[in-house]
Design a protein around this ligand. Sequence first.
Ligand code: ARG
Length: 587
Amino acid sequence: APENTTGSLKEQLAKVFEVSLKVTVPDESEVVPLIAPCSKKETGDYQCNNAMSLWSKIKGKGTEFRGPQPVGQAIMRNLPASDMIESCSVAGPGFINVKLSTQWIAKSIQKMLTDGIDTWAPKLSVKRAIVDFSSPNIAKEMHVGHLRSTIIGDTLARMLEYSKVDVLRRNHVGDWGTQFGMLIEYLFEQFPDGEVNDQDIGELEVFYKASKQRFDSDAEFKERAQQAVVSLQGGEEKYRKAWAQICDISRKGFEKVYQRLGVHLEEKGESFYNPYIPGTLDLLRKESLIEESEGAQVIFIEGKKIPLIVVKRDGGFNYASTDLAALWYRLNEEKAEWIIYVTDVGQREHFEMFFTAAKRAGWLPSDENKYPKTSHVGFGLVLGDDGKRFRTRSTEVVKLVDLLDEAKNRCKATLVDRGKAAAWTPEELDQTAEAIGYGAVKYADLKNNRLTNYTFNYDQMLNDKGNTAVYLLYAHARICSIIRKSGKDIEELKREGQLKLEKDEERKLGLHLLQFPEVVEEACTNLLPNVLCEYLYDLSEKFTSFYSECQVVGSAEETSRLLLCEATAVVMRKCFHLLGITPVYKI
Ligand code: ARG
């Protein structure tokens, strides 16, 4: 139940400060506590930054305070008793530095171990979100750009789901449009009796290229293809059936990639929204948004040279009209409050334009902090070692399935080199190689700020040192092995034992663990998975410092330290889960 979440550390601290702010400045309504981690760790763990801005608000109003520092002093004095806080001090122009109670940190972690990591889920104010991601085009290649969209979109969906948001995972596949005319005609030509299966068509991309060639070189064919579009859109049975067949074959290919990646998506392709386009455009016409321009119907957007075309010169609809209808549907039928689109940055303009149109139509508030809202999650290119768009040696395009296989096979080879073929069952070997290989591909993508281009390099992503999935998965496995080797029953320790954070490294690790909820919240609100990756990498570094300073097994503090190991493993696993990576337990 969402009710039993404790809220992030930051939130809990904000609540304590809220009480004080109300007492300190009773006349200022709704002062929001400004809480942040301390920039200098020596001064404290967190700080409250309200004094300065409060001072500038109240100084003209005959206040008894003489400057921001006294305001800070008063906020500190008025803090209610709280077992969170060990001590406070005021610095500079009224910053209140807080040192958290070590005992409270330890207790909070122990509570999470008992109640489960789900009690650490951040609370978001949005109830239902749509993540529109992956979205390849039928009969065309599913390229690395779609892979990025799939990986980033899945992570965002997972983070929102963890935060108790109802998420609709939408695959907006390109399954409509004029290319179907030529595909269908070519299909009729190749299989006059209409009996086709996947094997017959083989590679749909090759089929696409062949039909395109036919289209470009034969005027008579071209005409038939154009006629086929009309027949398809008019709903003629024979054409519908051929269209469905082609979509089906593509879909099976996409599904293979999703299965390997463990990604779940619900397809609502462009064709789904087609019936909603006329009504949607009527609504926009009523708001006087649509104008005639050079034979097309367009929406002019302030600051943009080229308008958004919503009805082409030939009377057909396009990508933009489909997206407008989809947005209308998502807002009104699906009641989504936050709609997130994951595509390469190249499409930014398209999204900006139709978001603006929706605002002008009054579908979305102009204030970006209010719901319902839309966000475009753009990402950069995937580059090869040569600094150009990523391609494999043999073919023009990268087969995504091959790419994942290669990562897995390389991992398997490494494991065999380390003698695991003898030590493990073939299934264990296979599953571990898969977890590490796929995890490495995902993590290499997610760890960078998504807006930057990233270079696809197996050697780098499969390195067991540095900020890679391999390193992190090994770190997790090592913690599990420490716990196993202790011979202790961790469930019993959770019930009977007590976690204490006596050494400095223990406290640092403990505090970092407790910051997990606010990091997830930040990653969600800013739609930045790399924030979670940074956190995870930091966590394993803090664990390393702890482990090199503090003996665990056989020490006087064994129980407490095993609990700290377990808490670290639990949080790491949650991070892996949110990043779509399968953890491994032994290595
Ligand atoms: N099919 C598009 C492409 O491959 C991506 C669709 C993204 N979603 C959307 N609602 N426009 O580029």
